[in-house]
Design a protein around this ligand. Sequence first.
Ligand SMILES: Cc1cc2nc3c(=O)[nH]c(=O)nc-3n(C[C@H](O)[C@H](O)[C@H](O)COP(=O)(O)OP(=O)(O)OC[C@H]3O[C@@H](n4cnc5c(N)ncnc54)[C@H](O)[C@@H]3O)c2cc1C
Length: 409
Amino acid sequence: MTPSHITIIGAGHAAGQLIASLRSEGFTGGIRLIGEEPHLPYQRPPLSKKFLAGEAGIDAVTLRPLGFYEKEGIELVLSACVQSIDRAGHTLTLEDGRAFDYDALVLATGTRARPLPVPGAGLSGVHVLRGIDDSLALKAVLAPGKRLVVIGGGYVGLEAAATASKLGAHVTVIEAMPRLMARVASPELADHMLAVHRDNDVHVLLNTKVTALRGSGRTGVDAVMIEHGVPVAADVVLVGIGAIANVELAAAAGLAVANGIVVDAHMCTGDPQILAIGDCANHPSPFTGGRLRLESVQGAVDQAVCAAKTLVGKPDAYKAVPWFWSDQYDERLQMAGVPGADDATVLRRYDDPRQFAVWRTRGGKVTGVEAANSSKDYMAGRRLIESGKLIEPGQLADPTVGAKALLAS
Ligand SMILES: Cc1cc2nc3c(=O)[nH]c(=O)nc-3n(C[C@H](O)[C@H](O)[C@H](O)COP(=O)(O)OP(=O)(O)OC[C@H]3O[C@@H](n4cnc5c(N)ncnc54)[C@H](O)[C@@H]3O)c2cc1C
């Protein structure tokens, strides 16, 4: 039965999309949006890119203006953190003691930055990058000549490194693994981005473990201590070692949690009145045959669309091909699919060394694609993953075989 009132916890990208989708699906009931941050739902990707560079302001990253929420009659409860959910009583309580009843509840609590577990991590001058306020704080201390040390060579850290380097900072990236983006990218893409960062005067240390941050309470951080090496001098440190799903609220309420809040293909938890969407949700994936928790705008948006359909009684199982992008300098990286570790790799190279695609295949079908400056390969890859059609590796490798031919073959 369609609920008469929907409460959403977390005012991020997924929540913003859910509200728009609920209204476009014809839901006319009440919607309450409770968010810990003081901001209206906004896009996080620019926080390490154009927003950090000062090329986009808060209005540009805000998903929809205040007028949208007023017009749609949305009750906004911002700067408010939900502390507990009472499932039996259908109420939730905020940290400030306020309590609200709910009819249907959607958890869209996202993730938080993983803390660096070494001495000195709490010194001033040590930053993380998750929200608008983090990006503003980092931007305020970046200036030409400042020494920024980024701990973690994943997407967010590398994007911030690229932006800081463009702003004139002296940037060092320290990565514990033998290559950049080790959890999420192929060795080919990682090698390419390593060369790009080094060409842009970013100093990259691989296989390097951070043991402590040095500094004093008075002056803040002044160096990053590493195993088997001399301290790396720092004016500013950015910790970018991944994110942790915000599941504590759900777990305390007795909902199943396993690398995210466990939901079915319709975004429903084990409680028929509670759904979960976005970075905090762990959902079944038709592409892995198992479960998946995505950290991507596309995951947040598609899951919000799916949840809206569930809530208005038009269920449509979530089956979108996961995709993701990253912009660093002038490099446009686009990735789709969830390849398995043992899937085969097929490389497509073009005359321009900046342009290439790394295809991943299993049983003659494409399971993943990483495209560097090659949107047509990315688009073809997404369609091939979706369709599950059999394809010759030779065709994937051949840069003269266009997207049309790939899809038709
Ligand atoms: C710097 C950066 C760059 C990124 N770049 C890209 C990119 O290039 N491409 C891409 O696809 N993705 C990118 N992402 C990831 C993308 O932004 C996320 O996948 C997306 O924001 C997830 O949306 P969400 O709504 O699930 O969570 P979020 O947007 O994280 O929102 C969750 C909200 O819930 C709030 N909340 C949590 N607990 C509570 C509580 N108890 N009470 C009230 N509120 C609560 C949080 O404060 C937060 O505001 C990037 C992320 C970051 C941080």
